[in-house]
Design a protein around this ligand. Sequence first.
Ligand SMILES: [Zn+2]
Ligand SMILES: [Zn+2]
Length: 274
Amino acid sequence: MGGVDWSLLIACIGGASLAGIVTYHAVAGYFYCRHYIRRRSTAQSWKLQPDRFLSPELHRLAVWAGTRNMLLSGLLSGALIYAIASGSLDAPIYTDVAGWGGWAYTVGSTVVWFLLAEYTAYLVHRLLHTRFMFRHVHRFHHRFVATNPYVTMAMHPAELLMLQAATLAPLLVIPFHALSVVGVLLYIVVFNVAGHSGVRLESALPWQPPAQFHDDHHAHVHVNFGQHLLIWDRLHGTLRRHGRHYGPEVFGGRGQRDLGDAVAGRELEPFVRY
Ligand SMILES: [Zn+2]
Ligand SMILES: [Zn+2]
């Protein structure tokens, strides 16, 4: 058993950090330039909350916290890659499709991991919406009532660690193809940015909800806890429903009956079905 292979360790950590930061800025920068810079004056036609923009201070906070978190995430995943590459951690990641039951297993296991990662992310997110965790950890991410693409990774470091551990844990137990791992992680980043874009985006993928789904999470707070699937919210009764009122003080995910005009001469809150 040799000592630490420093050049391999630096390559793993440097490579993972750089890949994470570049991907985050490339995807978030793409949406930001395309809409917030080029089409700012016509926000009514593309923005989900057209009258609400982040203040310059909040925007800078989102970019800074997002970049810091991608660096932190790169340090941790780089250390994990090093542990696997140097043989000190035994993760059943493979590159030979034929040796693992062919494409059926490779595609099937990728779908299983995606479903598993989505469910654990849903559970972690619900945990973050309990009173204690919300006040001490998750409130940071919810400062951004109207989101923009950079808000995606703007969260408390403890939240990042919880989500990362939940997403990566199956890699230590179930055999996955190396490209499945890269593909699912890339999918999560790209569609999370789209979900935080604040732009009226629909998806061509039938399972992927429109950006309105997570935008409503930021606007109404304790509801819509899923990332890229509606199924977990449907199963747990936490999908936003018509005629329900939600808000920062309405915990639990199911809201309260919205009495609307019956009480204050007010319309029911606008509702869009996903
Ligand atoms: Zn939340
Ligand atoms: Zn969010």
